[in-house]
Write a protein that binds this ligand. Sequence first.
Ligand code: PLP
Length: 223
Amino acid sequence: MSIAENLNHFKNNLPPGVKLIAITKTRPNEDILEAYNAGHKIFGENKVQELVKKYEELPGDIEWHMVGHLQSNKVKYIAPFVHLVHGVDRARLLKVIDKEGRKNNRVIDILMQFHIAREETKFGFNFQEAKELLESESFKGYEYIRVKGVMGMATFTEDMEQVRDEFRELVNVFNTLKEKHFSNDPGFREISMGMSNDYRVAFEEGTTMVRIGSLIFGERNYH
Ligand SMILES: *Cc1c(COP(=O)(O)O)cnc(C)c1O
């Protein structure tokens, strides 16, 4: 099937209220344009350099999401245009994003990434760290950050019941934060979870954003 067909098939089966972020890492512009010309405008990258390059080369009405681990010294390159930063995984990064938002006079939307996988290699806050951050004076002073919700990556495994447990943990974190810290903020409403291998479970567990690459663009070739 072509990229456009994969995309339309996926979109036709999206539950109501769930957004598709098409992940374009390692893909050439022509592939992205095929999805764009099929009507899709929401794309994500996991590397800053690639995100900036694609933003500059591709149509201006694309909504670009940063989904990978973000280094503090690279925030400045995406601050002028990024639509949503999914992988905000440590307190210091919020400080830098707020500073760069101020410089660009734009409020930057972010998701707090939580460590839900049993693998050591995945990034993210634990609940206690997030709580301390949200209760801190510095957080209350950030005027150029808007926390839109949470993001998480499940363990890379065939065991979908383990994935389900991890997604449930993320939903619990979301609900607790919503109740304790964002009860007056209708903008805090996103749960970014689900990729090509586990999106079905994510649908069942209440995702609001799935990040899908290979299912749309085909398997990745790393050179
Ligand atoms: C690559 C990537 C995805 C998409 O992965 P697929 O398995 O190709 O769907 C989603 N989220 C993040 C953070 C990624 O790096």
